[in-house]
Every structure is written in C-alpha cells, then in structure tokens.
Design a protein. Structure first.
Length: 99
C-alpha cells in the first residue's frame, strides 16, 4: 500500500489556541445567504459539521473524549458556536475482567 502525499508549503493549519480567529468571526456571524437558489447559513453548517465529527470521533475512541470536549469549548470561546453535548460516557467503559 502506497500513500502519496503532497506538502503544500503555502498552506498552514491554524492553531486556535495561539492564532487570532477574530477575522473568521464575521463569516460565522453573517446572516444566511442565498447561493444559486440555496439558502446557506454558515454558522449552522459549521456547527453541524463540528457536532457530527466530534460525535463520530468520540465513538471511535472513547479515551479521547477530553480532547473533543476541549475543542468544543474552544469553538464556543473563539467562534461563539454552541455545540451539542455528545451524550457519550466520559472515559472508557472497559472496567476489566469480571470474575
């Protein structure tokens, strides 16, 4: 199996803990817009995307629940997004062998 990747030097991922995300805030707070006959609400789309991904990633690895909880808090603090609680157990359900 070969994995091909291409490094794009001009593209860098933002670190929300250290980067200023205020330039993104007007787009998140923008009223819904009409594009080609569709009404698009950016805040709703971003909120749904993050909710879905945090839930799916938490179900795959319950031990990472704290990471996604911190990311949810960052989204609320930096972008003003109100994400849903995923209602999954906080931590692993595995308690060991029951003899």
């Amino acid at each position: 199996l070969h994995i091909h990747t291409k490094h794009l030097a001009h593209m860098q991922a933002l670190n929300p803990k250290t980067e200023n995300l205020k330039p993104l805030r007007p787009f998140i707070d923008m009223a819904p817009i009409r594009i080609l006959g569709l009404i698009v609400d950016i805040k709703t789309e971003v909120t749904h995307y993050l909710d879905m991904n945090f839930y799916n990633l938490t179900t795959v690895a319950l031990h990472d629940w704290r990471t996604y909880s911190d990311m949810r808090s960052l989204a609320a603090e930096k972008l003003g997004l109100n994400l849903m609680d995923n209602f999954l157990p906080m931590g692993s359900l595995d308690q060991g062998l029951d003899v």
